[in-house]
Design a binder for this molecule. Structure first.
Ligand code: FMN
Length: 336
């Protein structure tokens, strides 16, 4: 049976092109974030609490908002009011950038999937930091952990990636409960090369040296397109550098499940990614004790359960939320 979002809200949003629908949603949630009455109304969606502590943080429930939906951190209070147990904003880059030419988000409803080639469109670390500063001063900072996902600016050559990440890290770390290093988005040329053990080790070492008196947990978001032989040394580097968690996984470049006439260049997310990302969770859990945050194809209670069974401690939603709406949180929590 369809839920209220699927019956009434999704048809309206899907009558718009995907990026316009995204802007409308963000404007509404961003606006609601400024009003206590609106936040109070949104709380009616909230699922029951199921607290969990991980890398020193208390999560009211294990379901988080995945990176990319609120890239600029404009609606944190609304996400918390909807019942997310944690919120990951970003990807934020050191330099503000417009991203790739439009159109750059594509819906595949029959596959419960999206393809995107946004390319880290975002306001840049300085503007996002100022926005978060204002939110903190307003007293509406959410009562759930906030992760900030950072990535490399497109204009920065790969050889200078470390300084680019450090710039964002310095500007944003005070606002973050954890920092996610995104080295796996497929839409920034060369970014995934930062998963090479030597480069990843240098990046993690540099970030570790900046930690200061109260170090924040650092998590690494990996690609589902890594081979088994590539994954193993990444896990070793993460362990050596005290990484707090691994987000498995980002979107995939494997479009083999998509009919050619519907295909587009970009990262594929949603149901077709589910099995692949779950097998990554299982593989990481078998080889390492690093906590896992599962992301990829969670569209119902069953697919959420599958991630926990495979070894995930936390999960994140993006595409499932687009297709199933905020009631998905309650649906998952009711069956946990
Ligand atoms: C439109 C769109 C934009 C995204 N942007 C980002 C991003 O900026 N940074 C990031 O780390 N992941 C990004 N992602 C990946 C998601 O965070 C998530 O890892 C991925 O979509 C798999 O989860 P899903 O199948 O639930 O969507 C994006 C995904 C989509 C669909």
């Amino acid at each position: 049976m369809k839920n209220g979002y699927e019956l009434f809200v999704r048809p309206l949003l899907f009558s718009l092109d995907p990026e316009t629908a995204h802007h409308v949603t963000m404007r509404l949630l961003g606006g609601a974030s400024h009003f206590d009455v609106a936040l109070h109304a949104i709380r009616s969606f909230q699922p029951p609490a199921k607290p969990k502590t991980l890398f020193g943080l208390k999560f009211p429930n294990p379901i988080g908002l995945a990176a990319g939906l609120d890239k600029n951190g404009v609606a944190l209070s609304a996400w918390a009011a909807l019942g997310f147990g944690f919120i990951e904003i970003g990807t934020v880059t050191a330099k503000a950038q417009p991203g790739n030419p439009k159109p750059r988000i594509f819906r595949l409803p029959a596959q419960q999937a999206l393809i995107n080639r946004l390319g880290f469109n975002n306001d840049g670390a300085k503007v996002v930091a100022e926005r978060l500063h204002r939110l903190r001063d307003s007293g509406r900072w959410p009562a759930v952990p906030v992760g900030i996902n950072i990535g490399k600016s497109r204009a920065t050559p790969l050889e200078q990636a470390r300084d680019d990440y450090l710039c964002s890290f310095r500007l944003l770390r005070d606002f973050a409960d954890y920092i996610a290093l995104n080295v796996s988005s497929p839409n920034t040329p060369g970014l995934r090369e930062l998963q090479e053990p030597q480069r990843l080790s240098e990046l993690l070492h540099a970030v570790g040296c900046e930690a200061g008196a109260t170090p924040k947990p650092v998590v690494v978001k990996i690609s589902p397109d890594l081979s088994d032989a590539e994954l193993r040394p990444i896990l070793a580097v993460c362990e050596e550098n005290g990484v707090a968690g691994i987000i498995a996984t980002n979107t995939t470049l494997d479009h083999s499940s998509i009919p050619p006439q519907l295909d587009q260049a970009g990262g594929l997310s949603g149901a077709p990614l589910r099995e692949k990302s779950t097998s990554f969770v299982r593989e990481i859990a078998a080889r390492s004790t690093i906590p896992i945050i599962a992301s990829g194809g969670i569209c119902d209670a069953h697919s959420a359960h599958e991630k926990f069974q495979a070894g995930a401690q936390l999960i994140q939603l993006y595409t499932g939320l687009v297709y199933r709406g905020p009631q998905l949180l309650r649906e998952i929590m009711d069956k946990l």
